[in-house]
Design a binder for this molecule. Structure first.
Ligand SMILES: Cc1cc2nc3c(=O)[nH]c(=O)nc-3n(C[C@H](O)[C@H](O)[C@H](O)COP(=O)(O)OP(=O)(O)OC[C@H]3O[C@@H](n4cnc5c(N)ncnc54)[C@H](O)[C@@H]3O)c2cc1C
Length: 379
């Protein structure tokens, strides 16, 4: 069978694959994106839409700050505002020791030259979130963080990639990857694609692609859950999280409240699905009620889970393959890759076209994992 040739093959058409394709196209590199389902089918389309720098792992801060600059003018990047609003993110402290922990964090960031996280006292916290329970003592406040609409964002990335001439193959699961001289040959849905560059942005399936080329990484596919309530009177503007609780929630302009923050369902990546677990949802609802006691009974109208790639050390893999030349990875975003998507694609495109990324990415190297023998195919 003859192969379609191009400059780069990108496996995975979520936000990171599409962002990479857009940045490569802008640099004159012709990419094909090979996607087993459709853009937005998995984590990229079903996440909470948090555009958050607050609380990032220190290694991620420079990337997250640079990503936020792109979010400011996201329309310049993908011709759509993606529903982005700078509503602020706040992380509350409920005990003195949590507050002390937050003060250390802010000092640490300031010593590194970052001023986006601010420690605020009880009075300021009450000004920003008047409805919050009185026992809360203070918070870290990130006024310019925000939120966007994930499905709309993914579709905007998809349209932009196509408008720039990127071919996106849908319903095409990659089942084999071979070396042909200096090129890669990728087989998917009865077609072959050939290119000198291979990019693995396969999300929770990223480790499977790794193993096909001789790399390895310990990905744990996890089913992160979200739920939406019926409409209630406005009571909060920023996205709210807490130091001591698995919680992240936000009220939309229409009054509905989205509640999430790390409760997990059951991930079944081999069947392409994630199942919710009602007990976890119940815990999240109880937490919201503890922080906003005046909220009356509220019906949950919808809940879902999406499959996300978790890594043992909580940070993604971004960078070149350890095993082979001409292959690059960006997967394992551990529940916070939506915000990073515009910058990670840019960094990968820089690596591919110049051999260097303009921001520090050493902490995300795949070299931190042990190598297992390559198996050349999936399934
Ligand atoms: C419920 C939930 C809430 C979240 N909330 C936030 C948030 O508020 N803020 C934030 O920053 N992040 C959040 N995240 C994380 C964020 O959604 C992800 O980190 C990000 O979308 C990952 O993008 P991706 O492109 O790496 O992966 P994905 O979107 O999963 O895309 C990977 C794609 O690769 C394809 N693929 C896999 N294997 C193959 C193969 N063999 N052949 C072809 N295609 C393949 C898949 O079909 C998939 O479409 C959340 C995630 C979830 C699940």
């Amino acid at each position: 069978m003859t192969a379609s040739t191009c400059d780069a093959i990108i496996i995975g058409g979520g936000l990171h694959g599409l962002s990479t394709a857009i940045h490569l196209a802008e640099a004159g590199v012709r990419a094909v994106v090979v996607e087993k389902d459709h853009p937005g089918r998995h984590a990229s389309g079903v996440n909470a839409g948090g555009v958050r720098r607050l609380g990032r792992h220190l290694a991620e801060v420079p990337l997250s700050v640079a990503a936020r600059e792109i979010w400011e003018d996201i329309e310049d990047f993908v011709s759509d505002d993606c529903g982005f609003t700078a509503c602020g993110h706040i992380q509350i402290a409920e005990t003195e020791s949590e507050l002390a922990q937050q003060a250390d964090r802010v000092d640490q960031l300031q010593a590194l030259g970052f001023a986006h996280e601010q420690l605020i006292d009880k009075a300021s916290l009450r000004e920003i979130v008047p409805a919050l329970a009185h026992h809360c003592l203070g918070a870290i406040w990130c006024a310019d963080d925000g939120a966007a609409n994930p499905y709309r964002t993914t579709q905007a990335y998809f349209r932009t990639a196509q408008a720039l001439g990127v071919r996106v193959e849908l319903g095409a699961a990659v089942t084999a990857i071979e070396r042909l001289g200096g090129d890669w040959q990728v087989s998917a849905a009865g077609q072959n694609f050939q290119a000198p560059v291979l990019v693995n942005t396969a999300g929770a399936w990223g480790h499977q692609v790794c193993r096909m080329i001789g790399d390895d990484a310990q990905v744990e596919p996890a089913a992160l859950m979200l739920m939406i309530t019926e409409r209630v009177a406005p009571f909060i503007t920023p996205v709210l999280g807490a130091v001591g609780r698995k919680l992240s929630f936000k009220q939309y302009g229409n009054g509905t409240v989205m509640i999430g923050g790390g409760q997990r369902g059951r991930a079944l990546p081999e069947r392409n699905i994630a199942e919710t677990k009602l007990a976890g949802m119940g815990n999240s609802a109880v937490t919201v009620k503890a922080l906003f006691p005046q909220l009356g009974p509220v019906n949950v109208v919808r809940c879902w889970a999406g499959i996300e790639a978790m890594m043992p050390d909580g940070v993604p893999v971004i960078g070149p393959s350890r095993a082979v030349k001409g292959a690059y990875h960006a997967f394992g975003f551990c529940g916070h890759g939506f915000q990073l998507s515009p910058i990670v694609g840019r960094l990968l495109a820089e690596l591919i076209t110049t051999g260097q990324a303009s921001l520090p990415i050493e902490a995300f190297s795949i070299d931190r994992f042990d190598v297992l023998p390559a198996n050349g195919s999936i399934g």
